[in-house]
Design a protein around this ligand. Structure first.
Ligand code: UDX
Length: 452
C-alpha cells in the first residue's frame, strides 16, 4: 500500500545499489519527504536497502538479473552494465502498475535517478514523466572524467608512463595524470563507456549535485556554462536530511562510541576505507604496525572482504592485540557520521570516497588520504592541495611512513594548520546550509519539482 503524498506529489527515486550512492539518494528522499512529497524507492534486489529503517518511504524491489558469480566478482562496472541492461523492462512495468493504480491527485511527479542507473531515462521518456539526475560524486571529478574520455579518444591511455604520471593535466590544476579517476575494477574502455552513458543529460530537467559552491565554485560554474539545464548544488546531503535514519547495508557496531567516550579530545585517528576499497595482507600489516608505532589512539574499520576477500581481522599480525591494548578499537562497520561528529576524533584516515570526504569536512576533521580508485584520487588531491585540510599517503604503504604521517596529522604544527582550515571549512558549510548557496538551491529545486 503506497503512502499518500501530503502535497499530491509522488516522487520515484532510483538509487544505484552501492553504499556510497544509496546514502545520498535516501538522504535526498528524507529531505523531500519533509517538504511534503511522497517518496517511492525503486531498487534492485542486489544490495537492497532495509525498508524497516525508512517507514516513511514505500519500497519497490525490481529484479536485476545478476547472477551469484557476477556479484562475487566484485566488478562494479560489469555489475552496473548488467543492471542497466536488465532493469529497464522491470522498472517500466513497476511504474506502469503504479500509474494505473494511481489516483489522479497522486500521480508520479518526477523520477530522480542516480547517474549510473541510466536505464531510468528511457522509461521516464516513454511514460512522459519528468526526470532529474542525481550526481553523488564531486563536480571536479565530472570534469576530470570528461578529460579522461577526451584523452582516451586521442589515443592517450592509462597506465600513464612514469614520466607523465606526476605531470599536471593541462587545465585541471592541481590534478596530475596519476590523479585522474581511473578505476581498478575494469578496463579503461569499459569504465569510460559507463561514464559516458551516465553523462548524457539531454532530456533531463535538472541535475542535483551533492556538493557545495564553497567547495567547488569554479568546477560548478564551468559545468553550468556547458550545460543547458539547471544544476542544483545542494550538499552536503547528510546534513540537509537532518532526520535521516541509517541506510547501512552492513550492521553498524555502535560499541565504538562508548570506547570513543573514554578518549581525550581530538586524540583519535579514525581509519576507514569505505564500502568498496580493499588492501593486501601486506598493507594490512604495515597499517597495523604504523598505527601502533604512532602511539595515537585509533578506531579502525576492517570491513569483511576488504583484505584479500577474508574477514580481515583474523589476518592482523600476531601480537597486535597485546601491543594495542586499550589504545585501539576495531570494528567491522562503524556509525561513521556519529564517529566523525565525536569530539574525541581528531583525524580521519580515509580512502576519500566523496561521502566520506563531505562527512569529514562537515565535522571539521582533517584527513590522511589514501585513495584506492576512481574519484577518490581526485578528492584526495583536492583535500591536500586545494582545501589544504589533509595530507596524502602517496607511496607504497610502509609502517615508518605511516607512523610519521599519523603524527604529522594528529600532533605536529602542520596538522594543527590543517585542523584550523578544516574548522573554517566546516563553518562555511554551515553558512551554505543556513541561508547560503545550498539553502537557496534546495528551495529552487523544491519549486521546480512542484511546478511539474
Ligand atoms: C563509492 C566510491 O568508492 C566513492 O569514491 C564514490 O564517491 C561513491 O561510491 P564508498 O567507497 O563506499 O563509495 O565511499 P564513500 O563515498 O565514502 O561512502 C561510504 C559511506 O559509507 C559513507 O556515507 C560512510 O558514512 C558510510 N560508512 C563507511 C559507514 O557508515 N560506516 C563505515 O564503517 C564506513
Amino acid at each position: 500500500m503506497e503512502k499518500k503524498a501530503q502535497s499530491g506529489h509522488r516522487l520515484v527515486l532510483v538509487p544505484c545499489p552501492y553504499q556510497g550512492h544509496i546514502n545520498p539518494m535516501l538522504q535526498l528522499g528524507t529531505f523531500l519527504h519533509s517538504k511534503g512529497f511522497s517518496i517511492s524507492i525503486v531498487h534492485t534486489h542486489f544490495n537492497s536497502p532495509n525498508p524497516s529503517n525508512h517507514p516513511e518511504f514505500t519500497f519497490f524491489p525490481i529484479p536485476d538479473g545478476l547472477i551469484a558469480d557476477e556479484i562475487s566478482s566484485g566488478n562494479v562496472v560489469a555489475i552496473m552494465f548488467t543492471i542497466n541492461a536488465n532493469c529497464k523492462a522491470s522498472f517500466k512495468q513497476c511504474l506502469t502498475d503504479r500509474v494505473t493504480e494511481q489516483e489522479p491527485q497522486n500521480k508520479i511527479t518526477c523520477i530522480i535517478y542516480d547517474e549510473f542507473m541510466y536505464f531510468s531515462e528511457s522509461v521516464a521518456n516513454d511514460l512522459n514523466i519528468p526526470r532529474i539526475l542525481l550526481r553523488t560524486q564531486s563536480a571536479t571529478n565530472f570534469i576530470a572524467c570528461n578529460t579522461l574520455i577526451r584523452l582516451h579518444s586521442k589515443g592517450c591511455t592509462s597506465p600513464f608512463p612514469d614520466s607523465m604520471s606526476l605531470n599536471l593535466v593541462p587545465e585541471l590544476h592541481p590534478l596530475r595524470f596519476k590523479d585522474l579517476p581511473i578505476s581498478i575494477f575494469d578496463t579503461l574502455e569499459n569504465v569510460l563507456k559507463l561514464m559516458a552513458n551516465g553523462h548524457d543529460v539531454r532530456t533531463s530537467s535538472a541535475i542535483i549535485w551533492n556538493t557545495l559552491d564553497c567547495l567547488e565554485q569554479s568546477s560548478l560554474a564551468q559545468i553550468q556554462q556547458q550545460c543547458q539545464i539547471p544544476i542544483f548544488s545542494i550538499g552536503p546531503l547528510h546534513k540537509i536530511a537532518t532526520a535521516a535514519s541509517s541506510s547501512s547495508l552492513l550492521e553498524e557496531d555502535t560499541s565504538c562510541i562508548a570506547w570513543l567516550d573514554k578518549q581525550s579530545h581530538n586524540s583519535v585517528i579514525y581509519v576507514s576505507l569505505g564500502s568498496l576499497a580493499f588492501i593486501s595482507e601486506k598493507e594490512l600489516f604495515e597499517m597495523a604496525w604504523g598505527l601502533i608505532n604512532s602511539r595515537q589512539p585509533f578506531l579502525w574499520v576492517i570491513r569483511p572482504g576488504s583484505v584479500c576477500d577474508s574477514d580481515g581481522i583474523e589476518l592482523l599480525p600476531q601480537g597486535f592485540s597485546e601491543a594495542v591494548g586499550e589504545r585501539g578499537c576495531i570494528v567491522t562497520w562503524a556509525p561513521q557520521m556519529e564517529v566523525l561528529a565525536h569530539g574525541a576524533v581528531g583525524g580521519f584516515w580515509s580512502h576519500c570516497g566523496w561521502n566520506s570526504t563531505l562527512e569529514s569536512m562537515s565535522e571539521g576533521v582533517p584527513m590522511l588520504c589514501r585513495p584506492c580508485s576512481s574519484d577518490q584520487k581526485v578528492n584526495a588531491r583536492y583535500v591536500s592541495q586545494v582545501w589544504k585540510i589533509g595530507l596524502q599517503l602517496e607511496n607504497e604503504l610502509e609502517r615508518g611512513e605511516i607512523e610519521r604521517a599519523v603524527k604529522k596529522l594528529m600532533v605536529d604544527d602542520d596538522g594543527k594548520g590543517m585542523r584550523v582550515r578544516a574548522k573554517d571549512l566546516k563553518e562555511k558549510i554551515v553558512v551554505s546550509m543556513k541561508g547560503g548557496s545550498s539553502y537557496h538551491c534546495l528551495n529552487e529545486l523544491v519549486e521546480l519539482i512542484r511546478s511539474f
